[in-house]
Design a protein around this ligand. Structure first.
Ligand SMILES: [Ca+2]
Ligand SMILES: [Ca+2]
Length: 145
């Protein structure tokens, strides 16, 4: 057991990465895991995203993150019903290239001027394209995204 190169510092670093990755994303009340109200698990609470500045670029990041292809529609005004937890993010300004939706510029966790009447949602193209082709060839299907 002398060749065990991971120091305690490394272990703590790894655990912190794991803890950060416990943040989760889901779509609810849309009838499929690829459509619905956007909810993020942060600090142990599922919360929603405000529809201010919510558009297809933001929605694309959500769809890709979930393995659901591309976004067909970014829905606003609680199209999929109102959430009940915190409103975690507002004024999202994704370029569409982010790997995780919480990496997009926003006002910051919990910083918003919204109510759940403004919960953002998304309708994604679905899981088939990603699973069947390995992930990248879904681009172009939607022409002009
Ligand atoms: Ca936006
Ligand atoms: Ca706002």
């Amino acid at each position: 057991m002398t060749d065990f190169p991971i120091s305690m510092k490394n272990v703590i670093g790894i655990l912190m990465v794991i803890a950060l990755n416990l943040r989760q994303l889901r779509l609810v009340d849309g009838g499929s895991h690829c459509a619905g109200r956007v909810e993020i698990l942060q600090q142990g609470s599922w919360g929603s995203i405000c529809d201010d500045s919510w558009d297809l670029s933001d929605a694309h990041v959500v769809c890709r993150q979930l393995g659901c292809g591309v976004a067909l529609e970014a829905t606003v005004s609680a199209h999929f019903g109102e959430g009940s937890g915190p409103i975690w993010l507002d004024e999202l300004n994704c370029t569409g290239e982010e790997a995780h939706v919480w990496q997009c510029p926003s006002q910051g966790w919990g910083q918003h001027d919204c109510s759940h009447k403004e919960d953002a949602g998304v309708i994604c193209s679905g899981q088939c394209c990603t699973l069947c082709t390995g992930g990248r060839s879904e681009e172009g299907l939607q022409g002009g995204v």
